[in-house]
Design a protein around this ligand. Structure first.
Ligand code: HEM
Length: 439
């Protein structure tokens, strides 16, 4: 008889074996209906808790995968247009988002033309306009004291900023208003987690309202393009050979993207500074020095850190989505065929190792950016890969210039803010009322 032996444990997989077998997402076992109820009560909080509970890649319900694992995030976003698609348009109607597909190639050409037009010289010239307009807002806020709707005031500024950057000296007429109308008409379509079948969707009044708002905006863009005046990004688009249709399409998309998103970013920075007076004082000192420096001097470091830290904790584009083009592996993970992939910068920015290292990842600590170097897929308020934000140079300029001018002379306090942000599309402070006092 042989001696009894310890029960044999299965051998640990070797590193290379573990790497070669992709892991499926952890399943919650929830039905789509359960998922919707939980998600609707607190969307970002629900996604954050799902990652803390189940790990960084979770199948929330069949066919819906949440990815917050930085290497996998990086992979998915880098492989957009091929393996992972942006498969819906601005009103969430299905489109073929694959490279070579109708629409995608012409969109990518338009993107390249837009990127080319965002030259340092064009941005420097635009900065002069922005400084003047931010100072005008500063005076108005100083006179008002109580700012009942700061987001609306900032939207007015960022919408006009985009119009001015694009159309130069042409009279922009009702362009900002028409852009706001379209954005508001789209909100019920993009903000709802429910999706009716296509045939029904088209009959809904909200769908028809958004189509008519889009037509009005496109008509206004064509009118401004023909108006007397010169300069602006539209001349670069024309020089790059974009036809009228592609130009209007890009101006509609850019107008929508630059109306509320940068305004939200500035508003979140002001809220954070109101809650951290020591950081606000440091910003004010740096900003006062900056006002005396030569035009073209980059924004003070502390302002850049405040902007980076606000975009980390409150990324206005808080949730990106893709559709898996068939079954896909990414990083160590296997994504089921045709899954809807949810990638929330809001969650990744609060859980990624880079931000855990320096202490509390949920704390607002702009100085962490003095030494911080996030790894791939850890920090992406402007996205990653072929579809990353084409307006980033303009957005960076707007955020740092507006913030520098405002904080140089004003001290902010929060009079009111709702506990939960508005997350239907852009992450917005809800019911925000600020108080501004001269320094
Ligand atoms: C703080 C300001 C901004 C933030 C945080 C931001 C963020 C983003 C993000 C995350 C994406 C990628 C979405 C995805 O991968 O699904 C994106 C796309 C885009 N952004 Fe921005 N954005 C900002 C300002 C702007 C501005 C000022 C413009 C206008 C020039 C702009 C134009 C666009 C366009 C046209 C796209 C679509 C790109 C594509 O689908 O190929 N954005 N933005």
């Amino acid at each position: 008889m042989t001696e009894p032996t310890e029960p044999t444990r299965p051998a640990e997989p070797t590193r290379s074996a573990a790497q070669s077998v992709p892991r499926p997402p952890v399943r919650t076992g929830s039905s789509q209906a359960d998922l919707l109820v939980a998600y609707e009560s607190d969307r970002p909080g629900f996604l954050l808790r799902a990652v803390e509970r189940h790990g960084p890649v979770v199948e929330l319900a069949e066919g819906t995968v949440l990815i917050a694992d930085p290497p996998a995030v990086h992979e998915v976003l880098r492989r957009t247009n091929t393996d992972f698609l942006i498969a819906s348009d601005m009103r969430r109607d299905e489109v073929d988002g694959s490279r070579g597909g109708p629409g995608t190639d012409s969109w990518m050409r338009a993107r390249r033309a837009m990127q080319k037009g965002m030259t340092p010289a064009a941005l420097l010239e635009h900065r002069e306009w922005l400084v003047e307009e931010a100072d005008r807002l500063r005076s108005a806020w100083r006179a008002d004291g109580t700012i009942a709707d700061p987001l609306r005031d900032l939207e007015d500024l960022t919408a006009r900023s985009f119009a001015r950057f694009c159309f130069g000296t042409r009279e922009i007429g009702s362009l900002p208003g028409r852009t706001g109308d379209l954005l508001n008409a789209l909100l019920p379509l993009v903000g709802s987690p429910y999706q009716f079948p296509r045939a029904i969707r088209r009959l809904l009044p909200r769908h028809r309202r958004s189509v008519s708002a889009q037509k009005n905006l496109e008509g206004e863009i064509r009118r401004v393009l023909d108006a007397p005046g010169e300069g602006g990004l539209v001349e670069s688009l024309a020089a790059a050979g974009l036809d009228a249709e592609a130009t209007v399409r890009m101006l509609v998309a850019g107008g929508l993207a630059s109306y509320r998103v940068p305004a939200a970013a500035v508003a979140w920075s002001l809220v954070a500074l109101a809650r951290h007076p020591d950081v606000a004082d440091a910003c004010a000192d740096a900003a006062a020095g900056h006002e005396r420096s030569a035009s073209g001097t980059p924004a003070p470091e502390i302002i850049q850190w405040v902007t980076a830290e606000s975009l980390r904790l409150w990324p206005p584009s808080w949730l990106l989505t893709r559709t898996a083009n068939g079954a896909q592996t990414c990083g160590d993970w296997l994504v089921p065929a045709d899954a809807t992939v949810m990638i929330p910068p809001y969650v990744v920015h609060r859980t990624a190792p880079a931000f855990r290292g320096g202490g509390d990842p949920l704390a607002f600590r702009p100085h962490r950016w003095a030494t911080l170097q996030p790894g791939a897929g850890e920090y992406f308020p402007y996205g990653i890969g072929s579809r990353w934000c084409v307006g980033r140079p303009l957005a960076d300029l707007e955020l740092t210039t507006i913030l520098t001018r405002l904080v140089a002379e004003l001290r902010f306090t929060v009079r009111h803010i709702a506990e939960r942000p508005d997350v239907r599309a852009t992450l917005l402070p809800r019911d925000l009322v600020l108080q501004a006092r001269p320094r």
